[in-house]
Design a protein around this ligand. Structure first.
Ligand code: UDP
Ligand code: MG
Length: 321
């Protein structure tokens, strides 16, 4: 019998939590010991009350409630930490809106029985997405796979996955302040398998990700798992150095060849263009340097990834002792 924890991040999900619960428990058989860990990511609606109500009726339900909204990645981290504390053998991460179909749970567990440490689900198509969303996510996955050389990272990977205790421990060791699960998959390694499924619409409620939020999240992925933030300023610096060398050579040649006074070399409009280009390049490089300094400052301060305000996880931690 395995101890399996299902981690469910929730942000303003009062419409979906109960539907999710009623659906997911259909797939929890008696062969294993299950826990459903709801993480309330600072919801402003009554999501927490619904979680508490479910916990009072079903002892398999745990909840961890944040003091404010810390984001989905922080909610997943809190779920993983809780699963670790209560001694789970495996964890399954899934969204509460039923876009991650619970019917795959037995299949995920079967693959784990066959010896895979990490089983990641992947969406086959993007039927329900807007055109802008489709272009953006397809483009992002292609760029991400190219710059990170991440062979696994094919289009459509989800945070919906099963990980065993070893992978769970590795995930917890990565204490990135800005987290990106899809990059951590490849980083931690282990024996991995992909499971595919068709796109499903949200069962109720609306998406919690605006385009701006998604774009920033994509930048986190690129920053954390590729060297693109190092290479862009490097390429610009090389280009600028090359242009400067060319410019200097040309200036010397001009002065000597036309027998002009070296220091009298006229600033014509080409020189202005070259000067402006140089300044633009310097500003771009400075942007990347400041961005990296900001990241380092964030990480060095070592602030907590989340702050828990209310939870019933202690009951299972104490049981373990
Ligand atoms: N979520 C969260 N914190 C946030 C945003 C989202 O915990 O700040 C949860 C949300 O409740 C859901 C999951 O993350 O369970 C995925 O969010 P959503 O369905 O809105 O994203 P989408 O499927 O549209 O990408
Ligand atoms: Mg969703």
């Amino acid at each position: 019998m395995k101890k399996i924890s299902i981690i469910v991040p929730c942000y303003n999900e009062h419409e979906t939590i109960e539907i999710f619960y009623n659906e997911v428990i259909k797939y929890l058989n008696d062969d294993n010991q299950y826990r459903i860990i709801f993480v309330n990511d600072g919801s402003k609606d009554n999501s927490l009350d619904i979680m508490k109500d479910l916990a009072s009726k079903d002892e398999r339900v745990l909840y961890v409630s944040f003091s404010r909204n810390f984001g989905k990645e922080a909610a997943l981290y809190a779920g993983l930490e809780t699963a670790y504390m209560i001694d789970s053998d495996c964890v399954i991460q899934m969204d509460v809106d039923l876009q991650d179909p619970p019917r795959l749970i037995p299949e995920l567990i079967k693959e784990h029985d066959e010896g895979y440490n990490l089983i990641i689900t992947r969406q086959k198509n993007r039927k329900g997405q807007s055109i802008l969303g489709k272009i953006f996510s397809l483009g992002f996955y292609k760029v991400f796979a190219f710059v990170t050389k991440d062979k696994q990272m094919a289009s459509g990977s989800r945070d919906y996955c099963l990980m065993d205790r070893k992978v769970l421990e590795a995930f917890l060791k990565i204490r990135d302040y800005e987290r990106f699960t899809k990059g951590i998959y490849n980083y931690v390694g282990f024996k991995t398998k992909f499971l595919e499924f068709e796109y499903i619409d949200r069962v109720a409620g609306t998406t919690k990700w605006s385009f701006k939020k998604l774009f920033r999240y994509a930048c986190v992925g690129l920053r954390e798992f590729s060297r693109i933030y190092e290479y862009i300023p490097k390429i610009i610096a090389w280009l600028f150095t090359f242009l400067l060398c060319f410019d200097t050579g040309y200036g010397i040649y001009h002065a000597v060849h036309y027998d002009h006074n070296f220091f009298d070399y006229d600033m014509n409009y080409w020189s202005h263009i070259r000067f402006d280009l140089g300044m633009i390049m310097i500003f771009i490089v400075l942007f990347y340097i400041f961005r990296l300094l900001y990241e380092i400052r964030h990480q060095v301060r070592n602030r907590p990834i989340y702050i828990c305000e209310d939870t019933n996880r202690e009951k299972d931690i104490n049981k373990k002792k």
